[in-house]
Design a protein around this ligand. Structure first.
Ligand code: GDP
Length: 310
């Protein structure tokens, strides 16, 4: 745990440095709040979250009656933690067999890598995983996913060309037939502005839904049991406000249940999580803190706020 936190702290240094220097002065005055406002905006916290944080912080400062700028930093950690707390939620599997998780994102966000890491995370928790390569266009994408499948020794369902929705359907059916705990569906990278590709994502979701309800542990199969049970978006934390726009666009089109935020091991834009919390609070199930298989961590609001402002 310590090593990943160190990585995160180190990675967020670029984001936090300009914010924390605000608290090195001798007085708590308008200038401090103005500098803080600029620093938060520079860190891609966005106007809404920045306003919210400043208001909340001023109230805390008033209540605490402190006159020490250094103490304000601690209060900002609290404000940020409270804002981020709704994003802290675990990804639950095990209710359905299989739990079907669809994963989307723009090219280069770290989707394939994150699926590899997530596979390992789930497998190390004892879950059996089946991967679906629903990117039927790019052979390289399938090969890359295949490498992660080999590393994790899990099955992969893939197909040259053809319909991504059909591959997804086959994979969910295979997951059921083989009694897997989780089916992870990797979709091709796309931009929210590529409307035909966004339609394709909706189709993949619709076709997965057609595989029908799955009985839960109690043998019930209500509406919530219809797969996909999770629709995740992978975003590159280094792209700041752009990432927020992706969250909004993919959520509007597809309905997201969770996020994976990558590349928090070296970003000046880590404030974007606050913007997400304020503008589209979708749970951050995991954060990526490096390129290796083990560099995936569950998101913790307080640890993140502390790492950012350390
Ligand atoms: P995809 O196009 O979304 O599938 O992206 P990839 O999974 O191929 O990742 C794109 C690049 O980002 C690769 O070089 C990955 O190693 C790198 N990457 C992914 N996640 C992280 C992360 O959390 N930290 C760092 N530093 N690099 C990452």
């Amino acid at each position: 745990r310590t090593s990943w936190l160190a990585k995160l702290t180190n990675g967020l240094r670029k984001t936090g440095a300009s914010i924390t220097t605000v608290f090195t002065g001798t007085r708590i005055d308008d200038a401090l709040y103005e500098d803080l406002e600029s620093a938060l905006l520079m860190a891609d916290t966005g106007v809404k979250a920045t306003e919210h944080l400043l208001e909340d912080l001023k109230r805390r400062v008033k209540d605490s009656k402190t006159t020490d700028p250094a103490a304000v930093k601690g209060l900002l950690v609290q404000s940020l933690t409270d804002l981020l707390l709704p994003l802290q939620k675990p990804l639950l599997i095990g209710q359905f067999k299989p739990t079907v998780i669809m994963v989307a994102g723009v090219n280069g966000a770290g989707k394939t890598t994150s699926i590899g890491k997530l596979t390992r995370h789930l497998a190390s928790d004892g879950a059996s995983v089946l991967l679906a390569a629903a990117d039927t266009f790019r052979a390289a994408a399938r090969e890359q996913l295949g490498v992660w499948a080999d590393r994790n020794t899990v099955d992969i369902i893939s197909q040259d060309g053809g319909d991504p929705a059909a591959v997804s359907f086959d994979a969910v059916s295979a997951g059921k037939a083989r009694g897997r705990d989780v089916v992870l569906v990797d979709t091709a990278g796309r931009l929210p502005t590529q409307l035909h590709l966004m339609e394709e994502l909706k189709k993949i979701k619709r076709v997965i839904q057609k595989t029908g309800p799955l009985a839960d542990q109690a043998g019930e199969s209500g509406a919530s049991s219809i797969p996909p049970h999770e629709v995740l978006l992978v975003i590159d934390g280094n792209t700041g406000q752009n990432a927020l726009n992706q969250v909004k666009a993919f959520d509007d089109t597809l309905g997201l249940t969770g996020l994976i935020v990558t590349k928090l091991d070296g970003t000046a834009k880590g404030g974007v999580l606050a913007a997400i919390a304020r503008e589209r609070p979708i749970p951050v199930y995991f954060i990526g803190v490096g390129e290796k298989l083990e560099d995936l961590e569950t998101f913790n609001a307080q640890e993140f706020a502390q790492a950012l402002l350390s």
